[in-house]
Design a protein around this ligand. Structure first.
Ligand code: IPD
Length: 284
């Protein structure tokens, strides 16, 4: 049977709200924290508990679908195949969560053929929920009592010099990857380069992608994102008329390893989308 994307969307929204309650109930000042790659790549007991909740609910609801989660991922063995696969970041923006900066979310996606088909991104601190499913539309809701806004392509894009751009340092703080990021930040800011209006880092890849989908920022670039960082937001972005483009050569789909992602917001009739992407790669 073909997956019922609307039903899966509704189930993921309910699950995200439940996970959100768990995140809000946690006290980040007293929960155990471990570091992964380095001291800026952290995981808390709440990340693990939320992933456990989500994976057990999903295995009951959709037992034949595969599951890839940030905290249970095993480097070198987990691969994303064409089969329906839930891709989950229990807390995207773990550093924000630890510091109490109000931009941490649960990010739930279903990918089919390595492409996001359903996406839900929920920030329990602000109650903002983004969701979408393939060919169904994308929505934003600012809390349970507020109306569900349908996201749609916005005003034309008028070039990098009028753009607000989201960028992140991520957790790779040495070597070639660090140098690339430093160059991107510099070239976008510099008068002799892109000189964008400004740069923002929400500290959550999923929330950056959703900010592009909502037209709050025009572009989001990051080198080194993982599937669970972007998959759910990517669905919201596409359904809102935006596009995800890659700096990596080769097959393009959700990848488990760190990739370069550029998200560009929607525009009426696609006006300016192609041009701003070209301009961006030209500058960085
Ligand atoms: C991280 C956040 C951060 C981004 C990193 C991600 P996590 O995810 O999305 O904004 O810069 O690349 O790994 O560790 O908080 O789930």
């Amino acid at each position: 049977d073909a997956p019922n994307l609307q039903q899966i969307h509704d189930d993921l929204v309910a699950l995200a709200l439940e996970a959100g309650k768990m995140i809000l109930a946690a006290d980040p000042s007293s929960i155990p924290i471990d570091s992964k790659m380095n001291s800026s790549d952290l995981v808390t007991a709440t990340d693990r508990a939320v992933e456990h909740l989500v994976s057990s609910r999903l295995s009951t609801l959709y037992p034949s679908y595969l599951f890839v989660g940030e905290e249970s991922f095993v480097p070198g063995t987990t691969r994303i195949t064409a089969a329906p696969t839930f891709i989950v970041d229990p807390i995207d923006g773990t550093l924000n969560f630890i510091h109490g900066f109000p931009a941490a979310c649960v990010s739930l996606a279903l990918c089919i053929n390595r492409h996001p088909a359903v996406g839900v991104v929920y920030n329990p601190t602000t109650s903002v929920l983004f969701s979408a499913y393939h060919n169904g539309g994308a929505w934003m809701q600012r809390g349970p009592a507020s109306p569900k806004i349908r996201l749609s392509p916005g005003r034309p894009l008028t070039g990098l010099r009028n753009a607000l751009v989201a960028v992140e340092w991520g957790s790779q703080r040495a070597g070639e990857n660090f140098e690339v990021r430093a160059r991107v930040f510099r070239e976008l800011a510099h008068e002799g380069g892109g000189m964008v209006h400004g740069m923002r880092s929400l500290g959550s890849a999923a929330m950056n992608v959703c900010a592009v989908a909502a037209g709050q920022v025009d572009l989001y670039w990051e080198g080194g994102c993982w599937a669970w960082d972007v998959a759910a937001g990517w669905c919201v972005l596409e359904e809102a008329g935006g596009r995800m483009v890659s700096g990596n050569p080769g097959g393009w789909g959700v990848e488990v390893d760190g990739r370069v992602y550029l998200a560009v917001r929607g525009a009426e009739g696609g006006e300016g989308q192609e041009e701003i992407v070209k301009e961006f790669w030209g500058v960085v």
